[in-house]
Design a binder for this molecule. Structure first.
Ligand SMILES: *Cc1c(COP(=O)(O)O)cnc(C)c1O
Length: 497
């Protein structure tokens, strides 16, 4: 490295200027042939709105642009590079056949303003996907509009509110277990409900007697994740549903963890009144980088009048169309009909697997999580010994004695070639390490992961500072993640010359 010139170090240099300042005067990535048609009357071209000053637009050649973006892409981690064990996020592989189907010309180029009679194929996709998801969840109807899980939660709670209002008994409270994902209380607050916390018991499940004591006619719904964020199935789900229903409340299920249930158990059969799905988790549509996602909400009959509009219906002549005449609807929650490309991919995934394939997927996801659990038991603390479904939650209790916390271990994983696991929740586990391999991973990849985790545990004993300072192999080390989310810099601007 010592003998390299400043220019030659561009691949390793941390100097942002060298990385991003590519511009030099009069370079261009285009070249137009001389004009060989008559020049048009200038006034037709709205000359007055022609931009003369392009500001500080970079002037670069084509290969410089290609190299720049290709280089940036190699600084990222992706499921296409290796295991992405981000618990609760279900970072499964997105089969390429999904992409091939989504790019079929008639599908990819369809426009939402196309008249219904020439959108029959697209409508059929909406209808078929709806039917598949209704069958998988055991519910009665569905809306595909919401753009993500959190948006599905909001749509669901708007329907809950409309339902209680229609019965002349507006309610004030939503119950949420202390193990819940942060979006649950945030959603309830956005929809103007008061949030009441529900304690988990020593098994990591809802404490049924606490629920019975807290349940009253002021509770609109319970928002429950099943299996919950500990990867634990709520075994008392029937009792929980009965307690809610006896006092007129509804059971909302956060379906983000459906990768543990598809083809094995149906929320509609265990008392759930409404739930969202995350197509970008369970149904393999691409995930990460902020979207697009898709968070359909499946419901029981009692909530059907409140579905967002329009709703896909079969016309008397057998064609498909949209019904806008829904007086009790909570309205539209998304432009047009939702993130259509995600529907295509999810449907391709469902149909490619079929019922048996989907069941196998679920079994493999659970098997893989248990393989990791067995591999790391003893090395890391397991706060709940209840059987694991699709993800396993360890804690940093043993390593914290050496002053190494879950975030340090997660960052060190990057040096071993893995994406970190989830550190942020469940809040009931201090120093949580939430690991979800999904069914995508082979036993070889999981063995490498287990080995990496064990190796880090050894480092914690022998050289904890290396772990505390990780990652060492990335371009930038620890970033201010809060600032990155709250004050994102989405556009690089050239230095003013
Ligand atoms: C991912 C997730 C959500 C939120 O879903 P988004 O699609 O990210 O909005 C809600 N609850 C749980 C348990 C989740 O894992």
């Amino acid at each position: 490295m010592k003998h390299m010139t400043r220019k030659a170090t561009r691949h390793v240099n941390q100097n942002e200027g060298l990385i991003f300042e590519k511009s030099s005067e009069r370079k261009a990535a285009w070249k137009l042939p001389p004009l060989d048609v008559p020049e048009v009357d200038a006034s037709l071209l709205l000359r007055e709105s022609e931009r003369k000053d392009l500001g500080n637009m970079p002037e670069v050649s084509e290969i410089e642009i290609i190299r720049h973006f290709t280089r940036l892409s190699t600084w990222n981690y992706a499921i296409d590079l290796g295991m992405y064990p981000l618990g609760s996020c279900t970072m499964k592989y997105n089969p390429r056949v999904n992409e091939a189907v989504a790019r079929v010309e008639g599908i990819a180029n369809g426009h939402p303003y196309q008249p219904e009679k020439i959108s029959q194929g697209a409508l059929q996709i909406l209808k078929t996907l709806s039917e598949c998801l209704i069958e998988i969840t055991g519910m009665d109807a569905i809306t595909l509009q919401p753009a993500a899980g959190a948006h599905g939660e909001m749509t669901g709670l708007l329907m809950v509110r409309a339902y209680h209002h229609s019965r002349g008994e507006p309610r004030k409270k939503i119950l949420i277990p202390d193990s819940a994902h942060g979006t649950n209380p945030a959603t309830a607050a956005m929809v103007d409900y008061a949030v009441e916390n529900l304690k988990s018991d020593s098994r990591g499940m809802v404490d049924v007697s606490a629920l019975a004591a807290q349940m009253n006619e002021d509770v609109a719904a319970l928002m429950l994740t099943n299996p919950n964020t500990l990867g634990v199935f709520e075994q008392d789900i029937h009792k929980i549903a009965d307690i809610l229903h006896a006092k007129g409340g509804l059971l909302y299920m956060d379906g983000a963890n459906m990768n543990a249930l598809v083809g094995k158990a149906r929320p509609g059969d265990f008392g759930v009144d409404l739930m969202h799905l995350n197509l970008h988790k369970t149904f393999s549509t691409p995930h990460g980088g902020g979207g697009p996602g898709s968070g359909p909400v499946a419901i029981k009959k009692i909530l059907e009048p409140f579905l967002p509009k329009p709703v896909v219906v079969t016309n008397p002549d057998g064609t498909l169309g949209f019904d806008y005449n829904r007086p009790q609807s909570v309205g539209r929650v998304r432009a047009f009909y939702g993130n259509f490309g995600m529907f295509v991919r999810a449907l391709a995934y469902i149909q490619a697997n079929g019922p048996e394939g989907l069941r196998q997927t679920t079994e493999d996801a659970v098997l893989n999580a248990n393989y990791i659990r067995k591999g790391l038991e003893g090395t890391y603390d397991l706060p709940y010994s209840t059987p694991t479904m699709h993800e396993v939650v360890f804690s940093d209790k043993l390593q914290a004695k050496e002053g190494v916390r879950t975030m340090d271990i997660a960052k060190r994983l990057i040096d071993y070639g893995f994406h970190p696991y989830t550190t942020a929740f469940p809040l009931i586990v201090p120093g949580a390490m939430m690991i979800e391999p999904t069914e995508s991973e082979s036993v070889e990849e999981m063995d490498l992961f287990i080995e990496a985790m064990k190796s880090i545990a050894l480092e914690v004993e022998e050289d904890p500072q290396t772990v505390r300072d990780a990652p060492h192999s990335t371009r930038v080390s620890r970033l201010d993640e809060t600032a990155a989310a709250r004050k994102p810099v989405l556009r690089w601007k050239p230095a003013v010359k």
